[in-house]
Design a protein around this ligand. Sequence first.
Ligand SMILES: [Zn+2]
Length: 1039
Amino acid sequence: MMSNSGINSQNGTGGSSHVNGPFQIPATLNPQAQGCVAAPPGFPTMSPSKASLLPDQDYYTPRPYQSAPPRVSLYHSPSSSSVPSRPPEGPLQPFSPAKPAVHNHRVPLSPPLQSSPIVPVSNSLSQHHQQPRTGDPYMDNQVTPSSNPGFSQPSMAYSSGNVTPPSFCNALQSSGPPPAPAGNILMPVPRRIPTAHDITRAPTSSDQHEMGTMTGPYPPQPGQMNKKASTAYPSLVPGYQSMLGTPQTLPMHPLTQPYSSLPQQYCQPSVGPAQLSPTMSTLSLQSQTSEALRVMNLLQERTLLPPGPIPAPTPCLPQDLQKLNCSPEVFRSTLTSIPQTQSLLNKAKLPLGLLLHPFKDLSQLPVVTSSTIVRCRSCRTYINPFVSFLDQRRWKCNLCYRVNDVPEEFMYNPVSKSYGEPHKRPEVQNATIEFIAPSEYMLRPPQPAVYLFLLDVSHNAVETGYLDVVCQSLLENLNSLPGDTRTKIGFVTFDSMIHFYNLQDGLSQPQMLIVSDLEDIFLPTPDSLLVNLSECKELVRDLLKSLPQMFTKTMETHSALGPALQAAFKLMSPTGGRVTVFQTQLPNLGVGALKSREDPNQRASAKDVQHLSPATDFYKKLALDCSGQQVAVDLFLLSAQYCDLATLGCISRYSAGSVYFYPSYHSQHNPAQTERFQKDLKRYLTRKIGFEAVMRIRCTKGLSIHTFHGNFFVRSTDLLSLPNVNPDAGFAVQMSIEENLMDMQVVSFQAALLYTSSKGERRIRVHTMCLPVVNSMSDIFAGADVQAIIGLLASMAVDRSVTASLSDARDAMTNAAIDSLMSYRTSVLTMQQPGLLAPACLCLFPLYILALLKQKAFRTGTSTRLDDRVFAMCQLKYQPLAYLMPMIHPSLYRLDDLTDEGALNVSDCTIPQPRMLQLTVEKLSRDGAFLMDTGSDLYLWVGRNCNPSFLSQVLGVQNYVNVPLNMNLLPELDTAESTRTRAFIGWLKEQRPFYPVLHIIRDESPHKTSFMQNMIEDRTESALSYYEFLLHVQQQVSK
Ligand SMILES: [Zn+2]
């Protein structure tokens, strides 16, 4: 451990008794002894303790603190007079232990089943949920109520579960104040009121064959819904059945007793690892469980962070099943043990959901080419490691329990080249697998890779110098764009007019075509604007070389982004593909023009933040149109000024695109940002891409999908429309439990991503995850995955901020921690003890919640530009969890004493593994150098008295004052220290697909503020310290 001397004692204001000191709990802090409410921890607002919290008193405010106020320790309850009263307009103090009601009254803390709403679940939501369920023709993955009278029982049960949705109120969603205006444009996932768009949209190849189920009228009439739901299903399987040549009647046996006979079924002679033993619950995972449930008093255990990265918890499954399970890197659940009933889930007050990274770059991916892709005839689940083989010829679906025949082809194992061992096929041995789809999976020939670049060339854009970077990067990577001989490319530039470029083969040089009528955009020469890249590569190169010069003299300040996007849509509609937009200012001409909505004076306000929802629905509507034509729009926003990302971002969000944001971009004045842009662009241009994709999530009967998070359009309850899919996109899914899972020992989740590769192959990537079902509160808690929980809560809170308010979202997040710990206390702990008690697996929960409250997306009272905040929210919604965690809770390391002890060896390179430190200035000392990894930035803070050998051997400077104020590169010095440091930082950078900029900072550097703002455990003027937060939580939990 680092000493906590350092700073405070050196700057003369600290001493050993400062506020955030080690958690030595004096007796008086024992809440029981104190009568907890009456003895607040002090809530010392700013002044008394602040000086001692920070290396520099003047960091947060310029006011000096020489008149050392009484040393208020959190651990000694100060008299109330020592707590300065807050000025009326002062920073929001949402967790005032003294007046909890003030801020919390709007969101009930913990009434059973109604607490801490994060996603407003109102009737309207439930209705949204209803309509698609019964009305959507894509709904094929539900267990099939059929017209066969023999099935009426399950069918009834299912639909009744469907109609009354009390279960939608899962632990974190309540019927509490339901602020969600129905039809709000930013309701992130419209719970699927079929829009005009998706009703009129013609189904394309993406839909049908992943599903194999498109039958019946489209769209359904509302009045027909119930009828359809109960009659349509038998006809849902024909695609597959005809492939198999099997009759349409479903065997009676498997469905007549589908859900109650599991244990017996599993008792059948085991044919392989896909079998479950009924004794699994007693298997030897008890030590794992007991460690997860080890009781910790958070008020006393100061050191919660493990020294290194936190691994995902392992589901409590028998080893032979677990070793086949999907990697948590691609598929992860907030609860690795699924509660048997919704009421148990409600009682635990933990969110249930999945986090996915479905198209992640994988080093090993089994790919199967087969003319028959084996799927359940009933629910269309792909065969997977968790099905059971009743014998060699029959397998039972692990999602709907239907018994299916094993096709003859499947009897042969191409890997072992043996016959008669279907359970050893790669499909049954790999939870992640990719199929090359036969022609049944396409309605039209797979589309080529089509790339359109839409470039802002207004005066403002040219002035930033970004055009050079984009054109240069394209020139360098033109041959690396994913694609084949069919790849097409095109360019459109815009200011107050739209400029098209004729690149047709045979021209001696590119031809610019200008369209000035923005009212009714037309394509001047529709056939020669998107051209075959390999045939027209020279013209493309010519254009890229000349483009940056073409507009250098422009005085045009207008930006007609809306009309330009309309042009792009027209151009791309016939094929689908990817539109890449570079925008540098608020669009101010034509349709979609916007006005600034940001009041810079409100950036540090503690009040609610306005304008988080879009100003117009133009961009969303256009995105839906794009989605319907398999066009995704990616947005690169490079701007010094407010650009209304909340509105512009919709174009990417609903078309399954990505958003990149480079505030204060300038090629000359901001080299670090430029480097980031260049690196990101290279990755963007060359990374894998899937076109015309859909993703469907299936789950064992009884579970259902509640809400999706990410960038996409929800086509039906379980189907996402993804015109493009990229390897860096993450998704989250909230789940609810609609029917009791009483007879099940395990449940499974399957994500199937059907896409067209850049080489024109139709492929299906399938991930299947299996999790145990439990019926005790302690087992539920033991399986909690705190990072996944935080990832899901963050997404939910973003929705909540937009549909209700930021303060609502903040309250709800706090309540999430309070409620679950309260539930743990009352339902799991048998012996009451003083303190704030948490199971070991959730010990970081309050810390992470506090981190979220201090994150750019949700913080209040700290100056935050609106676009920065909205971008942080975007990231919370679509970054995969692994990249998200450092954005929520950065990692801090000491770097001036790196050793090779415990180092990793990665391709013959030694990577030191310094210990992760708590995010508090106590861990800093002036004689050291510390690295903070926030995901998108790396800050290397150099102390004033930093070890001279670090300065010279790593930074290459003689002394502290020679460290430049803006330094972004470590010199490559031929010293052991330099090698180690660069190896470690390089290794960190490789962990993510985007490029984090390194800022080497000292006390006088401008980035020091950002560094210090991430000291989450410390108090600021507007936010509690970690310890204060714990006390607040404890107080609420003990109520
Ligand atoms: Zn099935």
